[in-house]
Write a protein that binds this ligand. Sequence first.
Ligand SMILES: [Fe+2]
Length: 305
Amino acid sequence: MHDLGAREKNQSHFPNLGLGLGLRAPHFNEVLTGTPRVSWFEVISENFMGIAGGTGGMPLEKLVRIREKFPIVMHGVSLNIGSSDPLDLNYLNQLKQLAHFIEPRWVSDHFCWTGVDGKNLHDLMPLPYTKETVNHLCERIQFCQEYLGRRLVFENVSSYIEFKHSEMPEWEFVSDIARRTGCGLLVDVNNIYVSSFNHGYDPLKYLRAIPIENVAQIHLAGHSTAGSILIDTHDHPVSPEVWQLYGEAIKIFGDVSTMIERDDHIPDYLTLENEILLAEAYLIKNRHPLTANHKDSLYERIAFT
Ligand SMILES: [Fe+2]
């Protein structure tokens, strides 16, 4: 199996969709009947899999209507790309069907493993950062990209343990895989902050090491404190420290499609929408001066009306 050619890697920059939100079931009706001020939505792929292509359950029917108005990005949690189990072709086939049906701007999952020996742990487990793991993931990502006929995007996960036999820092691990496979990077700024706190490294060092040309998207989320560590709980607003780190990310990457994910203690839609619109304040403050003349700013409309 061959790496994607340099031309193919370079020509397929991911578009900047602006500010988006993770679409959650409690907000379906609000998004359909209201006038959302964000410009795109991310959906969890598994919530719609197995029903694409005809049987059309209610959530899929609503998603199709939302898709008519907004770009959609598919975000998966079960590809299990890092496992030693064989890739699940049934899962890949369902993912392919859904992507064909929804036509998302891109499809993402995580640099992690979620199960082994056929058992699903329903969590995003960290990997040992070794050359062997890099090779393992590259081979599997290349297979998935060829199977799905599209460039995939992978997200850094938060972690609470490290493997003694890791041979490189996480940022080198994800960067090597992105360069070799041409996959996009979903940079979860909160995950970087959480992991950097838990493991005692400089989160800016992580951001500065990432190949900018592979960055497709940014995730923002809230976390919780549990004793001496931070937990990636997605049940709080984005913390001030993560907002600051997001500003640094914008200085490094420029404008990148950005969204907030909230999976517990989900507030009403407008509260969540106002939170993601704060991101534009950080964009305006931190983007390159040549692109700073951003008229008709969503943030300014909110702030001054
Ligand atoms: Fe995330």
